[in-house]
Design a protein around this ligand. Structure first.
Ligand SMILES: NC(=O)C1=CN([C@@H]2O[C@H](COP(=O)(O)OP(=O)(O)OC[C@H]3O[C@@H](n4cnc5c(N)ncnc54)[C@H](O)[C@@H]3O)[C@@H](O)[C@H]2O)C=CC1
Ligand SMILES: O=C(O)C(=O)COP(=O)(O)O
Length: 595
């Protein structure tokens, strides 16, 4: 049976101050008072107090404008060319790390950081040099700068394409060696030739546009690109095999992933037109370099122009680099003045934002929640974490939390309510009080899974106007015992429910009892026999030691039957006061919960 709150809900600005005699009985208290780890100030990622400047390690050359931006917020340590060991040593003193493609941010780096590293900024696009799984497990956000070097990379791709077709690099080397070989360096024309763009993302699209300007017939292969975007610039999307079979030139623009690793291999070179020419400004690892050497030797591939290599720098005696039909540059795709300035600003803004606790628009390993959604969800985010915190503190020691159900009641259509952030914050609330793990939006799902906690979500679709995103959030923990038996609902789970009222999160239900107490400070829940004087009695015990009662509410089944009193307190009551509350004769059980 659901119990309803009485009209005794009141907000109290000052402490109650009646005096009560001391007692020494301690048994109820030892069950009720919980000691919790220190609370962390990380609403979503990490927020630094105004006087505590974070430290950012910049491990590769970054444009001045980006450095200036960083220096306005953080201590900046520019240390280039660190060995892996030096990086691991330094990282434990850093809150953020900024790299380009030349630094391996390995699992060891995250492990060596001792939990301090909160953000890795990749000043560029490709994040294949960052161990994303390790970053996520350590709750470290990874952000990149995905747009500022697009044009630079595309221009370099076109530069390599044209230079290769006309033997510019080889002819240059020959003339500098005192030769004049006009017959040897006869090139091929681009106009009317078919170019296959492999990976029709930002760079691929810009390469396609430019190649069309050179009169080429451009096709593209990208399993994830929308056909209408390609059609809009006169590019036909084709299958992988068709691209290989019809192209005179192939330009690679896909990321290095387990699927694309060595995607150009013996088998696929065999599918190409004899005499094909290949450009790679994506990642060396998408080509099986040994297979390419063979294809060059056999004439399947007439020429290749490469900006990127499986190992950078490649070995000096690399047959591929030394091959006379290969033109090489040392990973220069993003290296223009303009791109480096842009990338530096883009990454500095992302890193500073993340250190301030904002959600980054360029997050690579966390859900991106638009700023306007975040603003609207803010009070619900606080509510979610506090409900998680309350629910887990109600679990009796020894009962492992395995199954948590979260219910969101809203008049919004499910598509219109992004609950990933709320789920992450409930997870944070559930896990942090019972462990030393730091939980944030990045590692919440991973941490829950690792601890064997299954969090299921359910929506209740309410009638009415969906002005506010949520009516209430309910957190239920199944198959556990509670140290406060009244928190167990009729269906047998620990249940807490909360709402946002005037922007402030409130606890509105515990078990089957309706209460109403704002979720600020801490909370004492008491089950008692409903009778006059209870509020005064408990309030007086707290008032005696100057503990400010901020909110009180009583939910009862019926007059003079069982009731649950919820008391919000600003300060932590002493053990002695809690013990005295437990000894009030009408109090059947009570629990003190830290928010
Ligand atoms: N050489 C350099 O200095 C630079 C290299 N790059 C590299 O270029 C690549 C592309 O960069 P953006 O265009 O900015 O990235 P993007 O993410 O905008 O585009 C990548 C595209 O590849 C597609 N793709 C993924 N798997 C694929 C597959 N198996 N087959 C075909 N397409 C696939 C994706 O759907 C996406 O459209 C990245 O690897 C990046 O690291 C980017 C900038 C500079
Ligand atoms: O942005 C990318 O993916 C690049 O490859 C550019 O690399 P870089 O920052 O020049 O080391």
């Amino acid at each position: 049976m659901a119990a309803s709150p009485t009209s005794l809900s009141l907000r109290k600005p000052s402490p109650l101050s009646l005096s009560w005699k001391n007692t020494t009985h301690f048994s109820a208290l030892s069950r009720a008072a919980v000691s919790l780890p220190r609370r962390r100030q990380n609403p979503i990622f990490i927020v630094f107090a105004m006087d505590a400047k974070p430290t950012v390690l910049v491990a590769e050359k970054l444009g001045e404008a980006g450095l200036d931006l960083l220096k306005g917020f953080a201590n900046v340590d520019c240390s280039y060319n660190l060995s892996p060991e030096e990086l691991c040593t330094k990282i434990s003193l850093c809150d953020a790390l900024i790299v380009r493609s030349g630094t391996k941010v390995s699992r060891e780096v995250f492990e060596s950081s001792g939990g301090r590293l909160k953000v890795v900024g990749r000043a560029g696009v490709g994040i294949d040099n960052v161990d994303l799984a390790a970053a996520t497990e350590h709750g470290c956000l990874v952000v990149n700068a995905p747009t500022a070097n697009t044009v630079a990379a595309a221009e370099h791709g076109i530069a390599l394409l044209t230079a290769m077709a006309r033997n510019v690099a080889q002819a240059d080397a020959s003339i500098k060696a005192g030769k004049w070989q006009r017959n040897k360096y006869v090139g091929v024309s681009l106009v009317g030739k078919t170019l296959a763009v492999m990976g029709f993302g930002k760079v691929g699209t810009e390469v396609a546009r430019r190649a069309k300007g050179l009169g080429m017939h451009v096709i593209a292969h990208d399993p994830y690109a929308p056909a209408d975007r390609a059609r809009a610039i006169g590019v036909e999307l084709v299958s992988f095999d068709e691209a290989l079979a019809t192209a005179d030139f192939i330009s690679l623009h896909m990321p290095l992933t387990p699927t694309t690793s060595k995607i150009l291999n013996d088998e696929n070179f065999a599918k190409m037109k004899k005499g094909v020419r290949i450009v790679n400004v994506a990642r060396g690892g998408v080509i099986d370099e040994e297979a390419l050497v063979k294809a060059l030797d056999s004439g399947i591939v007439a020429q290749a122009a490469l900006d990127v290599f499986t190992v950078e720098p490649p070995p000096k005696d690399s047959r591929l680099v030394q091959h006379e039909n290969v033109t090489v540059t040392p990973h220069l795709g993003a290296s223009t003045m303009e791109a480096q300035e842009g990338v530096a600003i883009e990454i500095a803004e992302a890193v500073v934002g993340a250190l301030k606790g904002e959600l980054a628009a360029t997050a690579v390993n966390a859900p991106m929640v638009p700023a306007e959604v975040l603003t609207e969800l803010k009070p619900y985010v606080v509510l979610a974490e506090k409900l998680g915190r309350l629910a887990v503190q109600l679990v009796a020691g020894g009962s492992g939390v395995k199954s948590v159900k979260v219910t969101y009641a809203s008049a919004r259509a499910p598509d219109d309510l992004d609950t990933r952030l709320l789920r992450a914050m409930i997870t944070k609330g559930l896990i942090e009080p019972i462990s030393s793990v730091f939980v944030n939006l990045v590692n919440a799902d991973f941490t829950a899974k690792q601890r064997g906690i299954r969090i299921s979500e359910e929506r209740i679709l309410l009638d009415g106007s969906p002005e506010s995103p949520l009516e209430f959030i309910q957190v239920q923990i199944a198959n556990v015992e509670s140290k406060f038996a009244s928190a167990i609902s009729d269906s047998g789970e620990i249940k807490v429910e909360g709402r946002v009222k005037d922007g402030v999160p409130h606890l509105t239900k515990v078990g089957s009892f309706e209460v109403d107490v704002s979720l600020e400070g801490s909370i004492i829940l008491c089950r008692q026999v409903d009778q006059p004087g209870m509020i005064g009695t408990v309030g007086s015990i707290l008032g005696e030691e100057n503990v400010n009662v901020s909110f009180m509410s009583v939910g009862r089944i019926a007059p003079r039957k069982q009731a649950v009193m919820a008391i919000g307190v600003d300060e932590q009551p002493s053990k002695e006061s809690l013990k005295r509350i437990g000894e009030v004769p009408a109090v059947e059980e009570f629990v003190y919960l830290k928010l």
